[in-house]
Design a protein around this ligand. Sequence first.
Ligand code: GLA
Length: 385
Amino acid sequence: MERQEAMQAFESVFGARAEDLFTAAGRINVIGEHVDYCGGKVFPAALNLRCNVYARKTGGKTVRMAFRGIDGIVCLDTEKLDSYRGLKIGNYQAGVAYFLQQNGVEIVGCDLYYDCTVPFGSGLSSSAAIEVATAVAFSEYAGVEYDKVELALISQRAENEYAGVNCGIMDQFASAMGKKDHAVLLDCLTLAYEYVPLQLGAYCLVVANCNKPHNLVESKYNVRRQEVETALKTLQKALNVQCLAEITPKQFNDVKYLLSGVVAKRAEHVIMECDRVNQAVAALKAGDLMELGRLLNESHYSLRDLYEVTGKELDTLSALARKESDCLGSRMIGAGFGGCTISIVKKTGVDGFIRRVGKAYHETIGYRASFYETSIEDGITVEKL
Ligand code: GLA
């Protein structure tokens, strides 16, 4: 939606002009999947697909929210922020407001119009983008100094404790802290981070959505978290570690007999994926894109065979990508079970890649995949209109 159109929509819903635009980004993750909640390193980057919040401060105790493509207004009473957990639309925002308030930030009445260009249920973190952009809006209107990492943590808390999804910190951190043309190497245990230029020379990343209908992703996600917690508790009997990410592949080899069944597979994924992140960052820094592509493929196979979060659609989409001679590697990103893949594709071959993979995917799965034009951008932006 063009800015002009969004501003008109704001005016027709709220009867006044929007004064500010707060945005936060959707994200991809180059590698390091399902390791953030195990203390691992992840390597996400913020996208041009974003949650745009057009806003006006009104004062008082009511927050009014409207959403592109959805009729009506959702109102929040700033004195009852604990009571909106059941909202289908607006619960992320209410959660963010609630936890900011708990932290002593005054939630000031305002009108907010949401134009989110991150496709919902795509694995590109629309929810994190919504949470972080909302946290910026409330913090700005409260007139407080804020730290972007703090806003990411509050947003994660809203998702964990208000919306009930036990996610890690990766999405909210990338959404808030992303940097143009860089990926963020984030240590999820310490929150230490480093920006690494995402320079792929003659290649680029193609983001494709398998468009599988959203189905119980949150509950399956929470089950994975329980499985790795079980694995950690068992391994802690033999190793002095505080998280799975601290265990090296060699150490794991020595103690894996302690685990069995799916719990063993889940732990093996986490430990090997953490190792791949280090290798992938080294490969990228050395300009070895073949190696980076190989690691992306390995990551996908591990998510398919050990973590079991892919499914036919993501497996088909990434396998079709891998068959292309212009593609160096492909994998699912995000929570999985549906959503997006990223593929490293030669720039001159992108059109043919999209055409052929798109056609073959349609023929195999029966509906179409979507391909997005993406660029890597800053996380949070704040602008006076
Ligand atoms: C979702 C969660 C993240 C992370 C990924 C998997 O996107 O929100 O915290 O766990 O899945 O890597």
